[in-house]
Design a protein around this ligand. Sequence first.
Ligand code: FES
Length: 253
Amino acid sequence: MLARLVANRLLEIRQIFRQPLSSRSFSTALNYHIDSPDNNPEQPWEFTDVNKEKAKEILSHYPSNYKQSAVIPLLDLAQQQHGGWLTVSAMNAVAKIIEVAPIRVYEVATFYSMFNRSKVGKYHLLVCGTTPCMIRGSREIEDALLKHLGVKRNEVTKDGLFSVGEMECMGCCVNAPMITVADYSSGSKGYTYNYYEDVTPKRVVEIVEMLRKGEKLPPGTQNPLRIKSGPEGGNTTLLSEPKPPPCRDLDAC
Ligand code: FES
């Protein structure tokens, strides 16, 4: 899996450098910083008043001489406030709060795949691509989403509403295949990160259209024949009451 990811990334880089300079699109294809009008260190960025209070509350969880331990929750808050991605000035603002060199924040933000370094849609759809989900059809799920939205992986739709990315195992393989929807449509106040499980190509397209209409959809399994992660159609084994374990005959000792 790692080898495939590395090979894909090298291929992307090679394809970009084959393009003429004027048409190279680093921001959507690669996850590193290149100054642009909406992402440069001169851009003013600070937490909103509400989020300043949240940041204080986050910092209160850590000893005052270990402020840097708050880097992940603060980056998460910054990302929620900034519509799902982190600009260099947002990361610099976090570095200032926790009193570390900016590189200490960049290295965290660029390591964890839940932090986005380029723009994402208001609804960022993440398809799990790890083995159990892949065996259960995650490639078809991703293809259906990309085709329906008319985008490539990590591209944002023209209306800014959707983007599709890939994640590694999100820990609900028992309900594979699954997708996550990171909802940045209402900033950090209404932010949600919900799992939609047992999905099919048809169901993910329905999910997209429900999100577009602003409808609330139930997270969890999307298969009406399953209850949470229970077997489809009900239990087929372990149907009787289990017998209690035999008691040791203490008199025989
Ligand atoms: S493999 Fe997809 S959730 Fe684990």
